[in-house]
Design a protein around this ligand. Structure first.
Ligand SMILES: Cc1cc2nc3c(=O)[nH]c(=O)nc-3n(C[C@H](O)[C@H](O)[C@H](O)COP(=O)(O)O)c2cc1C
Length: 310
């Protein structure tokens, strides 16, 4: 069981925050399939502070969402804590991104860059915790590079600064997504802190999830394994998926339509369509048609046709 303040996750199975992926509809279908908490993608604290509607659109939640978990990124503790104070109790958990390796974020001294400035990171966490009415969690990697792994000190710092839980993607920034996730490092972190640790990286089935739980972590977070495959959560908890893949795709889009225009969704969903079709053989031609379909209705009908029976 994973307990973070009032948030209680029986199995401790979460959907990872993924930029451009974990939208309101996708999070909803993952929850329906068994994900116990689904983070929004990382949203800019500055964007929220200056009232960007585009940023606010990223943190919508379906009405039946059990736990609303928002991830923010930034490097300005004043702005971040003001944004968090303005949230009040609107969300259940706020996560701070200290692991994003993308050059655009890192070079702006945000995301994983903060692992190279633990004092700044500590100030951010501390001020955010003070300003927040709900638990603050932090997600990070093993360090910026193989030579500068500081995950133990960083994990202890998060605890000291008041974080209620931490998520570790067991790679460095330098690794990006290459090599294998370092489970040994995750188990070292579990031993080093008393707050719950959520293990993340390379979970694609029950076996890889069990290997992650064997580190002693209280929860696991699934990212790429869920792309086009929200049913992975049913597989992981050992139940029959409540939705077929077609139904998941349909529900995903129905929810998005409440917030966005068809034209926007048609373009945005292209990558999701391809993921939903990932396991189908010989569908190159149909995929090409979907990503060039002029309307959402056409793209969706083509995808549903290809997914018939799935
Ligand atoms: C497309 C994509 C977008 C991501 N965006 C975020 C993000 O917004 N915030 C974050 O903390 N991690 C982000 N990540 C990292 C994932 O949350 C996760 O840590 C990583 O993919 C490793 O887990 P996995 O092996 O289960 O995919 C992203 C990953 C991918 C593939």
């Amino acid at each position: 069981m994973l307990k973070i303040g009032n948030v209680v996750l029986e199995k401790g199975i979460l959907l990872a925050p993924m930029a451009g992926v974990t939208d309101v509809g996708f999070r909803e279908v993952c929850q329906m399939c068994g994900a116990e908490m689904c983070y929004t993608e990382m949203v800019s604290a500055k964007g929220l502070y200056y009232g960007s509607e585009k940023t606010e659109d990223l943190i919508n939640f379906a009405p039946n969402t059990k736990y609303k978990a928002v991830q923010i990124f930034g490097n300005d503790s004043e702005i971040m804590s003001k944004v968090i104070a303005s949230f009040g109790t609107k969300y259940d958990i706020i996560d701070i991104n200290m692991g994003c390796p993308a050059p655009k974020i890192f070079n702006n001294k945000e995301g994983c860059y903060l692992m190279s400035e633990p004092e700044l990171a500590e100030d951010i966490i501390r001020k955010c915790v003070q300003a927040s009415k709900v638990p603050i969690t932090v997600k990070f990697r093993l360090g910026v590079s193989q030579d500068t792994k500081n995950y133990i000190e960083f994990a202890k710092m998060c605890e000291r600064a008041g974080a209620s839980a931490i998520t570790i993607h067991g790679r460095t920034r330098q690794d990006f997504y290459s090599g294998k996730v370092d489970l040994e490092a995750i188990s070292e972190i579990v031993k080093a802190v008393s707050i719950p640790v959520i293990g993340n990286g390379d979970i694609t089935d029950k076996e890889s999830m069990q290997r992650m739980f064997a580190t002693g972590c209280a929860g696991v977070m699934i990212g790429r394994g869920a792309l086009g495959n929200p049913q992975i959560f049913s597989e992981l908890i050992g139940v029959t998926p409540p939705l077929t893949r077609s139904q998941a795709l349909g529900s995903h889009i129905t929810r998005l339509k409440e917030y966005f225009s068809d034209d926007y969704i048609n373009k945005y969903m292209r990558k999701h369509f391809l993921w939903y079709l990932h396991s189908l053989p010989n569908c190159k031609a149909i995929k090409a048609k979907i990503v060039t379909a002029p309307t959402l209705t056409e793209a969706l009908n083509l995808a549903l046709d290809a997914l018939k029976g799935l």
